[in-house]
Design a protein around this ligand. Sequence first.
Ligand code: HXC
Length: 262
Amino acid sequence: MSYETLLTDIHGDGPLKTGVITLNRPKAMNALNDQLMDELGAALLAFDRDDAIGCIILTGSEKAFAAGADIAAMKDYDFQKVYSSNYISRNWETIRSVRKPVIGVVQGVALGGGCELAMMCDVVFAAENAKFGQPEITIGVIAGAGGTQRLPRAVGKAKAMDMLLTNRWMDAAEAERCGLVSRVLPADRVMAEALAAAEKICGFGRLAVMATKEAVNAAYETPLSQGLQLERRLFHSMFGTADQREGMDAFVNKRKPAFNRG
Ligand code: HXC
């Protein structure tokens, strides 16, 4: 399937491959308009449904992961329109339903909805030139796609308040120190490293990978005792998979496991 605001590609030569989605509105620094968010949702769901895909990478350009929601598109919206259409929930939350891991690769700016989109990814690799910010306050609104909720969970209240109230941006090194991103890499290596990490994930048992994502995400939604119970049940369910038998047999027989082949 082809898109007007995204590029998609498939990488890897193992049984499971990596689907790469590149945001592609270069003239608007990948500002996130409805068309882009609709296409992004469709591309994510297509890769999620595809049994040959084990991991998804979401990236932008060297200058911009995304500069936020499209301000030109929303400047004339009024309360009636945004409230009645429940603006953004329709197409911004698709990513939450994706069960395969999504690695965000951020180069350049991730601002407003761009920072929020990066935070919706499961793993974030940042180039050394990456910058994260929530500048909504400078245009008379507040963060609307999770910035006030995911940012304090990621970096703590003090840093989140600073970013959201004063429009202070974080560079990649600080973002890594604070737990907003997983790894920082030189710009010319960040995509290769993300592809290598994705390939690693694709080499593990697909059910174990999905269950890991499900269990970690539950940590944000449930009390500890319920989260631990879910983890235990998911752990138990792994004993119904061929990959558990393969992984443990390979370990005791000192050979490399071959997951996802049956
Ligand atoms: C629409 C945008 C845009 C945006 C950049 N552009 N960001 N268009 N929406 N969010 C466009 C510019 O208008 C310009 O178009 C072109 O991209 C290049 O931008 P410049 O400003 O000329 O480039 P530069 O000086 O390098 O500055 C880059 C920038 C700045 C720092 C990213 O553009 C900027 O501050 N953008 C807005 C960031 C922002 O406030 N984001 C939050 C949005 S609200 P032309 O046609 O002039 O060349 C939000 C809420 C999310 O995200 C809530 C959920 C929906």
